[in-house]
Design a protein around this ligand. Structure first.
Ligand code: NAD
Length: 261
């Protein structure tokens, strides 16, 4: 049942995934639904959010809905969290996963592109957390996972890398601010996975060259998978991870220790 309110408070925990219509978001939704969460997928691409919700609901038998929301838009974010409060009654797990990547350098930097990347990748997670705050105050608990990237360490598109380093900064400072409320805030930093985000604008040969370079620089000698990332999200949102906050969990086979590709 995608795009519809389920009506009344959800019986179990509620997980919200932004960018839920994309590849990593769908993998996370699958695992969080399997773990018994009612899942809400938010995506600015409504058709993608609905399709992912239908697919995950069919695969897991869980409660999964897909709604349109632009995480960079303050009104959209507020309206989405209000809707979650009305339909589900709580927001236990928030995965800030929506992201865009523009392949810029300092030399060709267009400040409008810079602002767009910051708005989605950095302001979005802040807006979601701010909107969810009253719900966390009410329940006295919450789990936030912000999807950063291995590239936050440096080396890559200027705006994207800066936004992901900002996500790490946001994660650390919100861990301090929200800890007393019982809310943990962590980041997951994956290495390269072939998705729409990484393949857009690249032909097959270029993509193959890039993935091979990533594979060679990775001590585990393979690329990350959406499932690798989903497992890290499940762990950091679990009850067992309740005393872990302000951390960056690299999901990149040791590539965080390697020089930038
Ligand atoms: N694929 C990789 O190699 C990789 C590596 C490290 C980190 N990441 C991060 O993982 C996250 C998911 O990426 P993916 O690879 O699944 O890409 P994807 O393109 O498959 O998914 C991203 C989703 O975000 C949505 N989105 C974009 N802007 C939005 C907005 N303003 N509001 C709401 N939704 C919006 C898109 O519609 C899309 O469905 C991103 O934050 C990305 O930076 C990806």
């Amino acid at each position: 049942m995608s795009g519809h309110a389920s009506g009344g408070a959800a019986p179990g925990p509620v997980a919200v995934i932004t960018g839920g219509g994309g590849t990593l978001g769908t993998a996370m939704a699958t695992r969080l639904a399997e773990e018994g969460n009612a899942v809400v997928l938010l995506d600015r691409d409504e058709a993608a959010a609905r399709a992912a919700a239908d697919e995950v609901a069919a695969r897991t038998g869980g409660s999964v809905v897909g709604w349109r929301a632009d995480v960079a838009d303050e009104d959209d974010v507020r309206a989405s969290v209000d809707r979650i409060a009305r339909t589900h009654g709580r927001l236990d797990r928030l995965v800030n996963n929506a992201g865009v990547n523009r392949r810029d350098t300092l030399a060709d930097q267009d400040p409008r592109i810079w602002d767009e990347v910051m708005a989605v990748n950095l302001r979005g997670p802040m807006l979601l957390c701010r909107a969810a705050l009253p719900l966390w105050r009410r329940t006295g608990s919450g789990r936030v996972v912000n999807i950063a990237s291995r590239t936050w360490l440096g080396g890559g598109p200027t705006s994207y890398v800066t936004s992901k380093a900002g996500v790490v900064g946001l994660t650390r400072t919100l861990a301090v601010e929200l800890g007393p409320l019982g809310v943990t805030v962590n980041a997951v930093a994956p290495s390269m996975i072939v998705t729409a985000l990484t393949s857009a604008g690249r032909d097959e040969a270029r993509l193959r060259e890039l993935t091979e370079r990533h594979r060679r620089m990775t001590p585990m000698r393979r690329l990350a998978t959406p499932e690798d990332v989903a497992e890290a999200v499940v762990f950091l949102t679990s009850d067992g991870a309740g005393f872990i906050t302000g951390e960056v969990l690299h999901v990149c086979g040791g590539a965080q220790l390697a020089p930038a590709p």
